[in-house]
Write a protein that binds this ligand. Structure first.
Ligand SMILES: Cc1ncc(COP(=O)(O)O)c(C=O)c1O
Length: 511
């Protein structure tokens, strides 16, 4: 177990060690990350750092104390309202991240529905491609999620939404765009439903909020997605994504004050004083407000429009280069900066094995499920790495092709199996075991390709059951069982349990 150093160390020494830790991180400055970081260049980063540093000790907890922070917040909310075509009746606040904005909307609509319609068991309707923050918010706030599938264009299936609406529905969600495939839902159609049934529509524009409006200004043809759509009652937009702020700044905005009031928390009887708070956090680093405000000032409308233009060009180039790899295909028809792609022949070219190969080459790429795929959140600075990315991707596909066994190694094993297992309980527990253990004081990093004793144990039990019952396995299940056995005997994969689970359930179905 780590201990606090007995004697304080020199600043220089500590800072040097921080640099060594940073060396282990993805090389985002070299364009190697395809999510998580929105990087321009060193000069800009330094500028944001300076703005951040000036206010890093200021505390956003009390909006009456640091007037500077309240000014930043008011400005950021007003800028965002203008950008998303809200009028002067709109109200909102700055939050720490997109997740906080989304979760707050769940709480707001739960409480608003209770207050205005007496709904005791509120439900929200979201698409299966909605960001996971919506599911997290619903779990935290005891709201039921009614999930609807996508239509043929991967947009939220509007007919399915209509069917799920009932007297408990307190919010409909659309994304602009959704994270997995970069598809913009049909916000107009959602707005029509919202108005017809008197249910507020929230648009999750965490990714698109500071990109789509500038793309439109740059001439792109994007269907309406903001407050111009009647029925859209709130939106979330992250300044720390395509607004190029420092991490820690999103904005949630409601069409009117009445809705925003349901987000706020007030406790007038606290011995610590009168207390009112608009969002989740207590103490809040003033640096995030200052850096976001500074980012908006420094980019200006023209800067953002130029960036949007460049991003569109790079994204288009990315899509063209991808189309040149015959074994792969783009998922859906993304209009902005997110691109998801998959294998045309998943058995022959396992896309997760491609991902593992790319990872070895130093690329940080997110994996997708349903369908299996890889992901790219494109920024203008990726232009410099497109050639090397696609050279490596071509090489990865050639290496992986014709080797289905690679689906059972490394992280590919985790994703290949987890994505298909019908026994969600086992998956959940296996992930929970691995994940929560990494937070034990004596543990360290999360390794998705590392076996956990529990998963191996469970796999062993399941495999024994299968073997003892001497059941003939169907082809795919057999393949997975082999993977699972390999996982147990070589202890090379954390997914042994899930693999065995798939096999077991496939066999049970057959019987
Ligand atoms: C559509 C969407 N909503 C919400 C979020 C959550 O944002 P954050 O990571 O800032 O919490 C994301 C993150 O990528 C997103 O893509």
């Amino acid at each position: 177990m780590k201990t606090i150093p007995e004697q304080g160390r020199s600043y220089e020494d500590v800072l040097h060690q921080l640099d060594t830790f940073a060396c282990e991180d993805p090389a985002y400055k070299d364009g190697k990350t395809w999510s998580l970081v929105y990087y321009k260049d060193e000069e800009y980063t330094h500028f944001l750092g300076q703005a951040h540093e000036k206010f890093m000790s200021a505390n956003g907890l009390n909006p009456t104390a640091f007037k500077s922070l309240k000014r930043f917040e008011n400005d950021i909310v007003a800028f965002t309202a203008e950008l998303l075509h809200a009028d002067e009746n709109a109200a909102g606040c700055v939050t720490s991240c997109g997740t906080e904005s989304c979760m707050l909307a769940v709480k707001t609509y739960r409480d608003y529905a209770r207050k205005t319609k007496g709904i005791r068991h509120p439900e929200i309707i979201v698409c299966e491609t909605a960001h996971v923050a919506w599911f997290k918010g619903a779990e935290y706030f005891g709201v039921k999620v009614r999930t609807v599938p996508v239509d043929k264009d991967l947009k939220i299936d509007i007919a399915a939404v209509r069917r799920k609406i009932n007297r408990n529905t307190c919010m409909l969600l659309g994304s602009a765009p959704e994270y997995p495939h970069g598809i913009i839902d049909d916000i107009v159609a959602l707005g029509v439903l919202g108005e017809k049934y008197n249910i507020p529509v929230h648009v999750d524009a965490c990714v698109g909020g500071y990109l789509l409006p500038f793309m439109v200004q740059a001439g792109a043809n994007i269907p309406p997605f903001d407050f111009t759509v009647p029925g859209v009652m709130s939106m979330s937009a992250d300044i720390h994504k395509y607004g190029f702020a420092a991490k820690g700044c999103s904005c949630i905005l409601y069409r009117n004050l009445d809705l925003f009031r349901s987000q706020c928390f007030v406790h007038p009887d606290w011995p610590g004083g009168l207390f009112a708070s608009p969002a989740f956090l207590g103490t809040r680093n003033g640096g995030a407000y200052a850096a976001a405000w500074a980012a908006i000032q420094a980019n200006g409308r023209q800067g953002y429009v130029e960036n949007a233009k460049k991003t569109m060009q790079v994204a288009e180039k990315f899509r063209c280069m991808l189309r040149e790899i015959p074994e792969l295909e783009i998922i859906g028809n993304p209009l902005c900066s997110l691109v998801a792609y998959r294998s045309k022949d998943p058995y022959n070219v396992n896309i997760f094995a491609v991902g593992d190969y790319m990872q070895q080459k130093g690329w940080h790429i997110d994996r997708l499920l349903h369908p299996d795929g890889l992901h790219a959140m494109i920024t203008a600075s990726h232009e410099n790495v497109l050639e090397s990315y696609f050279a490596d991707l071509r090489e990865a596909v050639d290496f992986v092709k014709g080797k289905p066994e690679l689906a059972m190694a490394g992280e590919a094993a985790t994703y290949s199996t987890v994505g298909h297992i019908p026994l969600k309980g086992i998956v959940r527990n296996t992930v929970l075991d691995t994940f929560s253990k990494s937070y034990k004081v004596s543990e360290g990093m999360i390794d998705l390709s590392d076996p956990s004793a529990t998963s191996v144990g469970k796999a062993d039990t399941l495999i024994r059951k299968i073997v003892m019952k001497d059941i003939r396995t169907p082809g795919y299940a057999k393949h997975l069982v082999q993977g699972a056995v390999a996982g147990v005997t070589t202890a090379a994969t954390a997914v042994a349990a899930t693999a065995a689970g798939i096999a077991y359930s496939a066999i049970k179905k057959r019987r």
